[in-house]
Ligand binder design. Structure first.
Ligand code: UDP
Length: 490
C-alpha cells in the first residue's frame, strides 16, 4: 500500500456530541495527507449544511468529500421528546444496520479507486455504535477502527457490561434495587477501575428489562470493538492513566487523541493545514452571551448547560431556576427549545421572564451558545453540567471546575472520575432540590472547596494542553495513527 495516497472513510453517529469529534478526526487525517470521505445520514447532512459558518467549509477543502446514507429512523434531531430522541439514537443503530449497510458497501466500492476518482479506500473509521460498518468493512477486507466518543472510563465500564449481565448484576432483579443500596456494590474485577460501584457505571444497567434495548446495544457494540483493528478515544493518557493502560492491555492498537479541539489547534500550527471550522450545531448559537459575559467580573459566573439531549420536567426546571436565583451568583443558563419533557413547548420565554423578575441582570438565558468560547471566557468560574463527555472534556480544557448532574449513559462514570479521580467536581443528586443547587453553586463559586477544585482544574488544563502539543501523548498518537493507517499494517 506504500506510495499510494491513503483514503479514510469516516462514519459518525448522528448527534451533536458525535459528529463534531468525528469531524475533528477527519480534519486531522486530512491534514496528514489523507483523502477523506465523510459519510453521514441525510438529516445530519441537511443540519450541517444549515449550520452557519459550520463545517460545510470542509466541503471546500480539496480531497474532502461527503457522502450521504439514509436516515436510520425518521425522527428529526430536534424532536421535542428527549426519551424519544434517545430511543432514536439507540434504535437507530439497529435501523442503520438494516438500511445503511448496502449504501455503505456501495460507497466503499464506488470510492474504491480506479479512473480519475479518489484513491482506493484504505480504512474505515466508524462510531462504535454504528457497528454495522465493521461488518461491511470486514466483508470487503478493509481495515476498520472504532472511534468511541465517550470517555475511556465510560468505554471500559461498558466493555464489561456483557460480563456484568453474565454475572447477574444487570438487569436489576426488581425496581427496589434502584433504591435499596444495591447500586453501591463495588465491582472489584474491572481492571483499571479501582473502587468503581454499580452506580458509577452506565445508566443502562438501571433496568429490570432483560431485553432492554439500551443495555443490549451498548454492551454488544462496545464488545464488538474487539474485532476492530484499532480503537480511537477522545481523551489523553494522563487524565485516565489507569483506565487507558487497562484498555491497552485488551486492545493492541489504542490511539488516545484528546482533547481533540486542542490537538486540532496544535496540529494546525505544526502542519500549516488550512484552518476551517469543525463544529456544527443543531441550534442557532446566540452571540449575546459574550457581551453579557464581558460585563461580569472575572471568575464570577456559573455556566449551566445540560448538553444537546437531556430533558427536565417542569418541576426540576423550577428547582434549578430557584436554586440559581437563591445562590446570589451570576449565571448563564442554556435552556434549549426542546429541554422540557412532556411537550410543554419552549420553556425559554418563561425561564427568561422568571430570571428577569427574580434576578434582574444577574442571570442570562440563552437557547444555545458557543460552549467552548463560553467556558474559555475569563468571567466563567464554574460549570453546572450533565457530564456528557464533550462537555466534561471542554471544561477540563478550560480549567473550569464542575457541578455534575449525571443521568444518562456513561455520565455517572464521568462524574465519578471528575469528582473522585481528578478532583475537579462535586455531584448534585439526581433528585434536584433548590437548596442543594444553591449550596453547591455558592461553594463552587466562593467556598474553600471550590478553590481546591479550581486549583486542580487549572492543573488539568495544563496537562490537556501538554498532551495535545507537539511531543505530547495525543500528538504522538496522531502521528502513529496516520502512519499505521497509511501503511495498512495492523
Ligand atoms: N454545546 C454547545 N452549546 C450549548 C450546549 C452544548 O455548543 O449551548 C455543545 C458542547 O460544547 C458539547 C456538545 O454540545 O460539545 C454536547 O456534548 P456532550 O457530550 O457534552 O453531551 P450530549 O449532548 O451528547 O448529551
Amino acid at each position: 500500500m506504500a506510495g499510494r495516497r491513503p483514503h479514510a472513510v469516516l462514519l459518525p453517529l448522528p448527534g451533536q456530541g458525535h459528529i463534531n469529534p468525528m469531524l475533528q478526526v477527519a480534519k486531522l487525517l486530512h491534514s496528514r495527507g489523507f483523502y477523506v470521505t465523510f459519510v453521514h445520514t441525510r438529516s445530519s447532512h441537511r443540519s450541517i449544511l444549515r449550520s452557519s459558518g459550520g463545517p460545510d467549509a470542509l466541503a471546500g477543502l480539496e480531497d474532502f468529500g461527503y457522502e450521504v446514507i439514509p436516515d436510520g429512523v425518521a425522527v428529526p434531531p430536534t424532536s421535542r421528546s428527549s426519551s424519544k430522541k434517545k430511543q432514536q439514537v439507540s434504535k437507530g443503530c439497529v435501523a442503520y444496520a438494516a438500511s445503511c449497510s448496502a449504501p455503505l458497501r456501495e460507497i466503499l466500492a464506488r470510492r474504491g479507486g480506479g479512473g480519475g476518482g479518489p484513491p482506493g479506500v484504505t480504512c474505515v473509521v466508524y462510531n462504535w455504535l454504528m457497528s454495522f460498518a465493521l461488518d461491511v468493512a470486514e466483508e470487503l477486507g478493509i481495515p476498520a477502527l472504532a472511534f468511541c466518543t465517550m470517555s475511556a472510563c465510560g468505554f471500559l465500564g461498558s466493555y464489561f457490561l456483557e460480563e456484568l449481565i453474565h454475572k447477574g448484576y444487570a438487569p436489576l432483579k426488581d425496581e427496589k434495587y434502584l433504591t435499596n443500596g444495591y447500586l453501591d456494590t463495588t465491582i472489584d474485577w474491572i481492571p483499571g477501575m479501582r473502587g468503581i460501584r454499580l452506580r458509577d457505571l452506565s445508566s443502562f444497567i438501571r433496568t429490570t428489562d432483560a431485553d432492554d434495548f439500551f443495555l443490549e446495544t451498548e454492551a454488544t457494540c462496545t464488545k464488538k470493538c474487539d474485532r476492530a483493528q484499532g480503537l480511537i478515544l477522545n481523551t489523553f493518557d494522563r487524565l485516565e492513566a489507569e483506565v487507558t493502560e487497562a484498555i491497552g492491555a485488551i486492545f493492541p492498537k489504542v490511539y488516545t487523541l484528546g482533547p481533540l479541539p486542542a490537538l486540532l489547534q496544535a496540529n494546525h500550527a505544526a502542519t500549516d493545514s488550512p484552518s476551517v471550522s469543525t463544529r456544527f450545531n443543531y441550534w442557532e448559537q446566540e452571540r449575546g452571551c459574550t457581551e453579557w459575559l464581558d460585563a461580569q467580573s472575572p471568575g464570577s459566573v456559573i455556566y449551566v448547560s445540560f448538553g444537546s439531549l437531556t430533558t427536565l420536567t417542569a418541576e426540576v426546571l423550577d428547582e434549578f431556576a430557584w436554586g440559581l436565583a437563591d445562590s446570589g451568583r451570576p449565571f448563564l443558563w442554556v435552556v434549549r427549545p426542546d429541554m422540557v419533557a412532556g411537550g410543554g413547548g419552549n420553556a425559554r420565554p418563561s425561564v427568561e421572564d422568571f430570571v428577569r423578575r427574580t434576578c434582574g441582570g444577574r442571570g442570562f438565558v440563552a437557547g444555545w451558545c458557543m460552549q467552548e468560547e463560553v467556558l474559555a471566557h475569563p468571567s466563567v468560574g464554574g460549570f453546572l453540567t450533565h457530564g456528557g463527555w464533550n462537555s466534561t472534556l471542554e471544561s477540563v480544557c478550560a480549567g473550569v471546575p464542575v457541578i455534575c448532574w449525571p443521568g444518562f449513559a456513561e455520565q455517572h462514570t464521568n462524574c465519578r472520575y471528575a469528582c473522585e479521580e481528578w478532583g475537579v467536581g462535586v455531584e448534585l443528586g439526581r433528585e434536584v432540590r433548590r437548596e442543594d443547587v444553591s449550596r453547591l453553586v455558592k461553594e463552587l463559586m466562593g467556598g474553600e472547596g471550590g478553590e481546591r477544585l479550581r486549583k486542580n482544574a487549572a492543573k488539568w488544563k495544563e496537562e490537556a494542553q501538554s498532551a495535545a502539543d507537539v511531543g505530547g501523548s495525543s500528538f504522538d498518537n496522531l502521528e502513529r495513527l496516520a502512519k499505521d493507517l497509511s501503511s495498512g499494517k495492523f
